[in-house]
Design a protein around this ligand. Sequence first.
Ligand code: PEP
Ligand code: MN
Length: 340
Amino acid sequence: MMIVMTPQATQHEIDAVVARVETTGVHVVVMPGELTTAIGAIGDPEGVAELGLEGMGGVDRVVPISRPYKLASSELSHHEPSTFDIAGRTVGGGKTFTLIAGPCTVETREQTIGVAKVVKAGGAAMLRGGAFKPRTSPFAFKGLGVPALEILAEARAETGLPIVTELLDSAHADVIAQYADVVQIGARNMQNYALLEVAGKLGKPVLLKRGLSSSLDELLMAADYVLKEGNESVILCERGIRTFETATRFTLDLGAIPWLKLHTHLPVIVDPSHAAGDRRLVEPLSRAAAAVGADGIIVEVHQDPEHALCDGPQAMFASSFDAYARDVAAHAGLLGKVLA
Ligand code: PEP
Ligand code: MN
């Protein structure tokens, strides 16, 4: 349920409503808006309905949240998009476009710092790079682990770019929290609910990728797991899904972006690299992502993709990043957005 207060409601009245709702043991979220404050009461709608909140001072109306996802729902936010700041870059909100770029995996210091400088010069807002990699085969390269995080920190010190890196296992939570500016949850872990709760508690923005075969409702309920830990900074990522089509690595669901814009207040970015699996498709898919309203892109870049230890065929050549970024920025500009 959502309790919408009147514009004149006092803090005392808001506190009184929160206290009464809390007696039912539901999850309570207070959302101050531009004009009015809304109070979300998640769980036990019958119990909340019985409280008679309509009669309390300062209450305008009590409305049900009809969607299966609650905290991620645009119903809860008065349909206002969420924005948050990551190291001085605004994510979400419709005025900025966040370009996150870097290697799939940290391989060496030279490779990572080299590519970080290239993407920074091209206008990227953040550096991506995997330290702990989820690999389909247990025999494939799984990343350098903590030494990779140290390299990423060096790249951040050199370029000023905040770091996006994946939390693969709750056993790595402390060390990831120590180094990452944004904690990525990979597609394969979107339904690892225990890991989502761990990620939600780290106090860092979370980039949540859509599962390979997950519906958008499921993605938003996964986001609820992070949000309910009190973490409001969740970025959703469409990275392609499994369909009957095998020509591309995954099928990029471009329709997901405007759908998510209607149903959630959270920012939405697109990963054209993992969707395509082929660098030749990355630029056209990126243009499409910008045109369809994405808040940003996360893209893989490598100086020498033919010798990359992971995901080489989809990695863009570092030498083409500058032109790529200009092209994407121009398309984001058509919707009035500038690179964050
Ligand atoms: C990645 O970003 O490197 C990655 C493994 O992506 P996904 O979880 O979308 O497959
Ligand atoms: Mn990859």
